[in-house]
Design a protein around this ligand. Structure first.
Ligand SMILES: Cc1cc2nc3c(=O)[nH]c(=O)nc-3n(C[C@H](O)[C@H](O)[C@H](O)COP(=O)(O)OP(=O)(O)OC[C@H]3O[C@@H](n4cnc5c(N)ncnc54)[C@H](O)[C@@H]3O)c2cc1C
Length: 495
C-alpha cells in the first residue's frame, strides 16, 4: 500500500474529466490529480461543440471554472496523450489513469456517394465554426440549398448556423476567420431529414422552440409528417419531453402561409431515410435521394420504396459523434468507445487493465447532455476508490521520485513539450475577453447594437504563446500544423 498520496492523471479536460477530478478530490482518498488536455484550453465540447449562439449553455463553463480555479486539480494543457506522452509513460508517473477523451469525429453514414467532396461531417463543420485549432481555417460555404441528415440537437445547431444571417452570429465568440466565412454564405434553404417520425426525433424542446426565434428564418414542417403507431403513442405517453417536442413541431406545421415571409428557411422532413448522395459527372453533389418510410407498429420504420430527390448542393451528416482510439489502449471499433465495465477499462481478454479507467463520452458513447457526464464520473470514481482501497493502484516505476506532478513536468520540459497550465489558461481567457471588449459594437438583423463578450484565438501557437506569457503573435488565426489536422479534412489546407 502506498504511504504517499495517490497520484492520478485524468486525460481530457472536458466536462467528464473535470467532474471526475472534482469527485475524486472529494472522495476521501489522499490524492494528487493532474488533468491533461491536448489543447491549450479546457472545457472540451462546451468550448468546441456547443454552438456559439448558445451562450446560456456555455455558462456551464462558470461551474467548471470554479472547480479548476480552486487549484488542487492541476491542469497540464497542450499535451496530447498518445502523441506527446504515451500511455505507458503515464503509467510510470501515475498510480491510476482516467480517460475522459470524449468524441471528436462523425459516426459513419454508409450510403452511396457519401464520399463526394460536398458531403461533410457535421463534427468537422462544428470544429470549424467553434474555432478548433487543429482544423483548417476555411469552410466551403457555396451551397444555396443544403441537406442536414439527422434529427438531433447537433443537426439543429448546424441547420441554424447555416440558415442564420451572419450578423446574428457576429456578436458571438466566433473567431474572425469564421465571421468572414459566414458573411459570404449564400445558403437560403436548409432541409433537415429524419428517418423516423415526430415521436422519435431526438431534438430537445428548448432547442427546437428556439429554432423558430431566429430573425428572418422560417421553420417549416409538413402536416403529412405526423404519423403515430403503438410504439409512438407509448413513447409519447412515457415522455413529457417528447410530447413537448411534438407540440413544437405541430406549431411549425400549423403556421399560416402568410406568416412565412422570411428570406431564409429551415425545412424539417420526417419519415425520409437518406438513400443516396446524387452527384454530377464530375462527382459534385447535386442532390440527396431519400426513401419515404412508414412505421411498423413498434416505433421503428421500414422503407416504402417511394423515393424523392432533393436538389441540394451540399450535405452535412449529423448522425452522431464518435470517439477516437488512443495508442496503447483497447478500443471498441464498432461503438467507438474504450471498452469498460463500470468505468474500469477492459483488455481484449476480458480482464480489467489495472489502474486504467474511462468516463464521459469515450466511456458510454456520444449520448447525453453535459449533466450526465457527472453521474457517469461518480460510478467510475467509486470503482477507482474501491481499487485504491484494495491496494491495487501503483505506478509502474520502481523509482518513487518519478511519480507525480513535478517529475511529469520535468519529463515534459525535457522532451521539449510546451505544456500550459491553469494560470496560462487564465491569461488566454483574459486575452480573448479583451479582444471581445475591443471589438466594438455589432449591428444585428433586428437593428440593435450589441457588444461581444469574447473573440476566440484559434491558432495553437498563439494560444500557447499567450498562455506561456510570451505575448501574442500577430496572427491569432494562422493555419493549423499540417501534422495535427485530421486526414479527412487535410485537403482543405490547400484551398
Ligand atoms: C455539437 C454539439 C453540441 C452540443 N450542445 C450541447 C448543449 O447545448 N447542451 C448540453 O448539455 N450538451 C451539449 N452537447 C453535449 C456535451 O458537449 C457532451 O455531453 C460533453 O461535452 C461530453 O463530455 P466529455 O468530457 O466526455 O467529452 P468532451 O467534451 O469531448 O471532452 C474531451 C476532452 O478530451 C480532450 N482530449 C481528447 N483526446 C485527448 C488526448 N489524446 N490527450 C489529451 N486530451 C485529449 C479533448 O480535447 C477534450 O477537451 C453538445 C455536443 C456536441 C457535439
Amino acid at each position: 500500500m502506498n504511504t504517499r498520496p495517490l497520484s492520478v492523471a485524468v486525460i481530457g479536460a472536458g466536462p467528464a474529466g473535470i467532474y471526475a477530478s472534482d469527485i475524486l478530490s472529494k472522495s476521501g482518498l489522499d490524492v494528487n490529480i493532474d488533468l491533461f488536455e491536448r489543447l491549450p484550453a479546457p472545457y472540451g465540447l462546451v468550448r468546441y461543440g456547443v454552438a456559439p449562439d448558445h451562450p446560456r449553455i456555455k455558462q456551464i463553463i462558470v461551474a467548471l471554472y470554479k472547480i479548476l480555479q480552486r487549484g488542487d486539480i492541476r491542469l497540464i494543457g497542450n499535451v496530447e496523450v498518445g502523441r506527446d506522452v504515451s500511455v505507458a509513460q503515464l503509467q510510470e508517473h501515475y498510480d491510476a489513469l482516467i480517460f475522459s477523451t470524449g468524441a471528436d469525429t462523425d459516426a459513419p453514414l454508409p450510403i452511396p456517394g457519401v464520399d463526394a467532396p460536398e458531403c461533410y461531417g457535421g463534427a468537422d463543420f462544428v470544429s470549424w465554426y467553434d474555432g478548433h485549432p487543429d482544423h483548417p481555417r476555411t469552410w466551403p460555404l457555396e451551397a444555396k440549398e443544403v441537406a442536414v441528415i439527422g434529427v438531433g440537437n447537433v443537426g439543429l445547431d448546424i441547420a441554424r448556423v447555416l440558415a442564420k444571417h451572419s450578423e446574428d452570429l457576429m456578436v458571438t465568440e466566433v473567431p474572425a476567420n469564421v465571421a468572414e466565412g459566414l458573411k459570404n454564405n449564400p445558403c437560403t434553404d436548409v432541409h433537415v431529414f429524419g428517418r423516423r417520425g415526430p415521436a422519435q426525433v431526438k431534438f430537445t424542446p428548448l432547442e427546437l422552440r428556439e429554432l423558430g426565434k431566429q430573425p428572418d428564418v422560417d421553420v417549416l414542417v409538413d402536416e403529412e409528417d405526423f404519423e403515430y403507431d403503438k410504439g409512438s403513442e407509448e413513447a409519447l405517453r412515457s415522455s413529457n419531453q417528447q410530447r413537448q417536442v411534438v407540440k413544437a413541431l405541430e406549431g411549425y406545421a400549423m403556421q399560416e402561409p402568410e406568416e412565412l415571409t422570411a428570406s431564409h428557411r429551415i425545412h424539417i422532413h420526417l419519415f425520409q431515410a437518406p438513400h443516396e448522395v446524387l452527384t454530377d459527372e464530375d462527382g459534385h453533389v447535386v442532390g440527396l435521394r431519400t426513401e419515404r418510410t412508414r412505421l411498423t407498429g413498434d416505433g421503428n420504420v421500414e422503407g416504402t420504396g417511394e423515393y424523392r430527390d432533393w436538389p441540394v448542393q451540399s450535405i452535412y451528416r449529423a448522425v452522431g459523434y464518435a470517439g477516437s482510439p488512443i495508442e496503447g489502449l483497447p478500443f471498441d471499433d464498432a461503438r467507438h468507445v474504450i471498452p469498460n465495465e463500470g468505468g474500469r477499462v477492459m483488455e481484449a481478454e476480458g480482464q480489467p487493465m489495472r489502474g486504467v479507467y474511462a468516463t464521459g463520452w469515450i466511456r458510454r458513447g456520444p449520448i447525453g447532455l453535459i449533466g450526465s457526464t457527472k453521474s457517469d464520473a461518480q460510478e467510475t470514481i467509486a470503482n477507482l476508490v474501491e481499487d485504491a482501497q484494495a491496494g491495487l493502484l501503483h505506478a509502474t516505476t520502481e523509482d518513487e521520485t518519478q511519480v507525480g506532478h513535478d517529475a511529469m513536468l520535468a519529463w515534459l520540459a525535457d522532451q521539449g513539450v510546451d505544456y500550459t497550465t491553469w494560470e496560462g489558461w487564465e491569461l488566454l481567457d483574459a486575452y480573448e475577453r479583451e479582444l471581445g471588449e475591443n471589438y466594438g459594437e455589432v449591428i444585428v438583423t433586428s437593428g440593435e447594437a450589441k457588444t461581444r463578450e469574447r473573440v476566440k484565438v484559434v491558432s495553437r501557437d498563439a494560444m500557447t504563446a499567450i498562455s506561456r506569457g510570451q505575448g501574442a503573435p500577430e496572427d491569432l488565426i494562422a493555419q493549423p500544423h499540417a501534422d495535427r489536422v485530421p486526414e479527412r479534412v487535410a485537403h482543405r489546407l490547400a484551398d
